[in-house]
Each structure stands twice: as C-alpha cells, then as structure tokens.
Design a protein around this ligand. Structure first.
Ligand SMILES: Nc1ncnc2c1ncn2[C@@H]1O[C@H](COP(=O)(O)OP(=O)(O)OP(=O)(O)O)[C@@H](O)[C@H]1O
Length: 313
C-alpha cells in the first residue's frame, strides 16, 4: 500500500479523529469529506508530517513519515491548497516552474529537460494560450489548474488537494474533477482531495474517507453511500415553528416539494388536512372539505380559502 495509516489519532491537545486504520494505493482517487471544523485539514497536515500524531503511524511507500525530512516528503507528496496566495507578477509558467524547485536550491536554473516537462504540463492542462499571462488575469478555474500544474511539476506520486472545487461554477468543478480522475488513471497518481461538494465529487472518486463522530469511515464510494442512507436522503428542513404539516401521501420528491412549499407559505396548523397526489392531481381533504388541484398556486389558494372560512366561523 502506498499510503498506510495504522491506529493513528490526530488532533491537538485533544484528539479530533481517533484510531484511523486505512490505506490507499497509487492510481486511486479518494474524496475526504466531513463537516466544517471536523479535522480534514488537520488530517492532511498529519499525512504531510506537519502535525504530530497523537498516537499511531502513517507510512508513505513503506516508510514512516516521522522518519522523512521535508524534502523527502515533498518528493512523495505534492499539495494544492485552495486558499493559496497568488504571488504578484507571476505568470502561469513561473508558478508551474516553482514545482521543480523542491528538487533544487532557489537560485538554481532549470535545465532543458525541466523546461520541456513544464511545457508539456501546460499543454496537458490546456493552458497553452495562457502560458505568459499573469495569474491575476486568469479565471478561477484556470487558476486552480495552474496550482495543480505546480503540483504536477513536482513529479510526486501522491497529490493532495484541499477543496480544489471551492468557488468554482458547475462547469469548472466538472473540469477539475475530470482532470483529477485522469491524473490518477492515466499517470498512476494517488489523489486525495477534500470537498464540501461531495455529491458531485463522489462521482469521480473511487474511495471516500468520511470524518464523522471523531472517526474516519472509509470504503468504496458507492458502498459508503449505500451503507449511510442519511447521505442521500434529502433532509426535510423544518424551520417554520408555527407550521404544522398536513398528512402528505405522495412519492418522495413530490412529498418533499409539497412540504417545502407549504412551510414557506403557511405559518399555521394544517394537520387536519390530507393531501394525496394521484394521476398528477393533488386531492385536498379534511372532515368538511374536498378539492382537486393541478398546481401549487391552486393548492395555496384553496387552502387559504378554507382556512379563512374556518376562521370566520
Ligand atoms: N493549530 C491548532 N491548534 C489547536 N486547534 C486547532 C489548530 N488548527 C485547527 N484547530 C482546530 O481543530 C479543529 C479542526 O480544524 P480543521 O481545520 O482540521 O477542520 P476542517 O475539517 O478542515 O474544517 P473546514 O471544513 O472548515 O476547513 C477546529 O476546531 C480548529 O479550530
């Protein structure tokens, strides 16, 4: 196993996540997910050897990270932080070239082989037309690609990306997620990336690491989803304290949408009503009332009428 974690506890004075036992292989994509503040960044820093483990062991390619110096770690792991600062006046080529300097002192001049490699990375990322552009002039999607390019120039087999799709629109999210997957599959990289867009990201990930209740739950993405139905069952959000829902008899999606619509439009007790969805028509019923409606506007009107009538009696 390329990355092997045994009985590791991570955190600061108190453990955030305890007894992590998992591993990942080259060529795999793993999505790291979990609520804000649960410990994703701390776990990433622990893998990078920047945070001391509270207990246990993390090994990269058979060697404990505690035994590797920072250069040795950098030759194994490249990191892409989404909140990275953009250096003033740097061009696309300048930033990607920085990836090479983990192997050299800062005053070193890149050789022809390095330069060709950087050109190849720029082409592979479809950044050729932007190669001499300043970073400040790039779109967020292309800027993210440049940071990935720097990680590629480092030539390490393992790439960690901290929230690479944050701030991107849907199209750019898909572009970055496809790129990540292609790097794993075509270049045999191990990719670990954190994301709050996990519904989309899971489509591109072989494995999931899910931080929850101080534990790391891990497995094949689809198995994690199947074994934890709460992940895909839409939550019925209950935020209107004066709203008491009617009984709603309908398929799941229609039921959820009806609950959502009524909650926004009625600060009242509808519990005596029953709404049934049949043949694309909503049947509205209570002890002294019956109506059929085709649209949400009709339903709102009909319920308002009967509530007003009841109140005036
Ligand atoms: N150097 C530190 N010393 C002590 N506690 C810290 C330190 N850095 C982070 N924490 C705390 O550890 C917890 C986990 O933080 P972490 O940044 O790992 O969470 P996260 O899952 O990455 O969150 P987010 O999704 O918001 O980025 C938080 O409560 C944070 O305040």
């Amino acid at each position: 196993m390329f990355l092997d974690i045994k009985h590791a506890s991570i955190g600061y004075s108190e453990p955030l996540i305890s007894d992590i036992n998992t591993s990942l292989e080259l060529g795999e994509v793993c999505l790291l997910m979990g609520n804000n503040g649960i410990g994703k960044t701390t776990l990433i820093k622990s893998i990078l050897g920047q945070n001391e483990l509270l207990s246990g062991k993390i090994s990269i390619n058979g060697t404990s990270i505690q035994k590797l110096n920072s250069n040795e770690i950098a030759s194994q792991i490249a990191i892409v932080f989404s909140k990275a600062e953009i250096p003033d006046n740097y061009t696309v080529t300048d930033l990607i070239s920085l990836g090479k300097y983990i192997h050299y002192p800062y005053y070193f001049k890149l050789n022809e082989k390095d330069k060709t490699e950087i050109d190849d990375i720029i082409d592979k990322l479809n950044l050729t037309q932007f190669r001499n552009k300043k970073l400040t002039e790039l779109s967020d999607g292309n800027l993210q690609k440049v940071f990935i390019g720097r990680a590629l120039a480092q030539n390490s087999p393992f790439i960690i990306l901290d929230e690479p799709t944050t701030h991107l629109d849907e199209e750019n999210k898909l572009m970055i997620l496809s790129l990540i997957r292609n790097l794993a599959k075509n270049e045999n990289k191990l990719i670990l990336f954190s994301s709050h867009d996990w519904r989309l990201a899971k489509e591109f990930s072989d494995k999931i690491w899910w931080l929850k209740d101080k534990k790391l739950i891990y497995g094949i993405s689809e198995e994690i989803i199947l074994n934890n139905p709460e992940l895909i069952t839409p939550k019925i959000l209950d935020f209107n304290k004066n709203f008491h829902p009617p009984e709603i008899d309908a398929p799941k999606l229609e039921k959820e949408m009806m609950f959502s619509f009524l909650q926004k439009n009625f600060a009242s007790d509808l519990s005596k009503f029953k709404l049934t969805f049949k043949n694309n028509i909503w049947e509205l019923k209570s002890d002294n009332f019956y109506d059929n409606c085709h649209t949400l506007t009709e339903i709102k009107q009909s319920l308002q009428n009967i509530i007003n009538t009841d109140n005036s009696n």
